[in-house]
Design a binder for this molecule. Structure first.
Ligand code: TYM
Length: 333
């Protein structure tokens, strides 16, 4: 990393099939930093075990998520792509930061409240301290920007608070990171209930468009998307379903909302839904083709994992030993 080169860091959990929410809200934006920033994009498998996973599925999805990063345009020569559990510094720094994070702060995290309601039989300590591991991920690389969807903003803000607190006690330890959210696409909503975020863990698969869905499935899901009893394609309060579809269409076509309103003036929702489905399916087709090629070559993916983990460890260890020194841990040469 050059002295004055800025750093981008983000992560995605391999905890389910990735959705167009993950794509439009996060992954698609990762590559915007690849040219000028030093970029670290991680498959956060350690985060995924805060809820129960089937081991074989977690393993498969870890490969898939790495392959999707690349299929979505992240070049492993320009970005450090790696798997979180393969860089042990994440777990080590998380422990240290646990000692600088308050119980009250973690209790206020909305994702913890939601997830503990959903997994009431398994409210484990890892689910509670999840944002501390996320702070460790980010702070290990002296990160400047964190491209995320809006649902992760609160966690990045907590990370900033932890880093600021640590720096006040031990000056100049961490760079304070900024969350960066896409102007549109930062919150893609469920197709079945457009007041709710589209989520990879949704049990209703019709509510969610997966990056790997085929064209027919994508079109069928958009056709069934919940809208309203009005017939005019217009971005307005109370039209959550249409607002969401307009956002998705705008993300894929680059068109502004007023342009979309003019395009569908006098045409019904049926036409509009079909156009959204087609735009989405056409944009995903090359991603899917590249994904299939990559998944057919596991040895290559493993080689990339090794390379990524070695690169990430090099930078992560530097920050970790700085923190250990500041805390007073004895370091042997
Ligand atoms: P995860 O795996 O839930 O989601 C990955 C990324 O996708 C974004 N996202 C969305 N954006 C727009 N609309 C949606 N419907 C939507 N659903 C998901 C998320 O905001 C996220 O950016 N805790 C994180 C993973 C993580 C991380 C990190 C992120 C671990 N360590 C460090 C950044 C930095 C998570 O569970 O994301």
């Amino acid at each position: 990393m050059l002295q004055d080169q800025k750093v981008s860091f983000s992560g995605v959990q391999p905890s389910g099939n990735l959705t167009i929410g993950n794509y439009l809200g996060a992954i698609r934006n990762f590559s915007t930093f690849s040219e000028q920033y030093k970029c670290f994009y991680c498959v956060v498998d350690s985060h995924a075990i805060t809820v129960r996973q089937v081991p074989a599925d977690l393993r498969r999805r870890t490969y898939e998520t790495l392959a999707l990063y690349m299929a979505c345009g992240l070049d492993p020569e320009k970005n450090t792509l790696y798997v979180q559990s393969q860089v042990s510094a994440h777990a080590e720094l998380a422990w240290m930061l646990n000692c600088f994070t308050m119980f009250g702060e973690l209790s206020r995290m909305t994702q913890f409240k939601d997830k503990s309601a959903k997994h009431a039989d398994n409210i484990n300590a890892g689910l509670f301290t999840y944002p501390v591991l996320m702070a460790a991920d980010i702070l290990l690389y002296q990160t400047d920007v964190v491209p995320v969807g809006i649902d992760q903003k609160q966690h990045v803000e907590l990370c900033r608070d932890i880093a600021t607190r640590f720096n006040a006690l031990y000056p100049d330890t961490f760079t304070i990171p900024e969350p960066i959210m896409a102007s549109s696409g930062k919150k893609i909503m469920s197709l079945a209930d457009p007041t709710k975020k589209m989520s990879k863990s949704d049990e209703n698969t019709n509510a969610v468009v997966y990056i790997l869905d085929d064209k027919d499935t994508i079109i069928r899901k958009f056709k069934r998307a919940v809208t309203d009893s009005d017939t005019v394609v217009r971005y307005a309060e109370g039209k959550d379903g249409i607002n969401n579809l307009m956002t998705i269409y705008s993300c894929y076509t680059g068109k502004e909302f007023d342009e979309i309103e003019r395009e569908f003036d006098g045409r019904g929702y049926g036409d509009f839904k079909l156009a959204v489905g087609e735009a989405c399916a056409d944009a995903l087709a090359p991603v899917q083709a590249r994904f299939r090629e990559l998944m057919a070559d596991k040895a290559y993916l493993e080689e990339m994992m090794k390379k990524g983990a070695a690169e990430a460890s090099y930078y992560a260890r530097k920050t970790l030993s700085k923190v250990q020194r500041k805390l007073g841990f004895v370091q042997l040469k």
